[in-house]
Design a protein around this ligand. Sequence first.
Ligand code: ADP
Length: 193
Amino acid sequence: MSSDFVVHLGLSQLQLLKGDITGIAVDAIVNAANSQLAGGGGVDGAIHRAGGPEIMRELDEIRPRVGRCEPGKAVVTGAGRLPAKYVFHAVGPVYRDGGHGEPALLQSCYSECLKLAAERDVKTISFPSISTGVYGYPIDDAADIAVRTVAEWLRDHSGPVRVVKLVQFSDSDHQVYRRHAEKLRGLAADTTP
Ligand code: ADP
């Protein structure tokens, strides 16, 4: 799998990749989970299948302690057989019309996971396109939020997170993310002395 689009932001990188997130080695993989932390279809199912039953065993222990995981928040488990140390199970908002706090909740998924990453000395982290599958978030708006939130976070924090990989499953999603990241590249170039 190639890292086909990179934006350099200081010492850090924002990368866009197209493919299966479970095959990409990083320190932390973000899952698009549900509030019940119960597993499901889409990327959640793929992560549990590839990672094996250990991840669900850990969630079974977490669930009684936290109850449900609210949208915009995330919980941490190990990564089982995945090529990572951690899985951050982030719960994206279910999209209604955009006027029910969805943008702030989606933004929070990205920033909460980056915060969890920094607390654990995670240097590389991958995100799927949270909420844009079954949860129905329009891809154009979601890509804009994902790219901007990650870029702003990397600009505002000097470490430990060095590489953020945003992973799209389809060509068309990848093109949309690319369009938003191109804007960023322009900005990054403009600010270079
Ligand atoms: P949500 O419920 O948050 O919408 P989904 O899993 O339904 O989550 O979809 C989120 C995104 O993850 C969608 O764009 C979907 O195409 C993508 N996706 C599904 N499987 C994978 C995978 N194995 N790797 C990366 N992305 C995936």
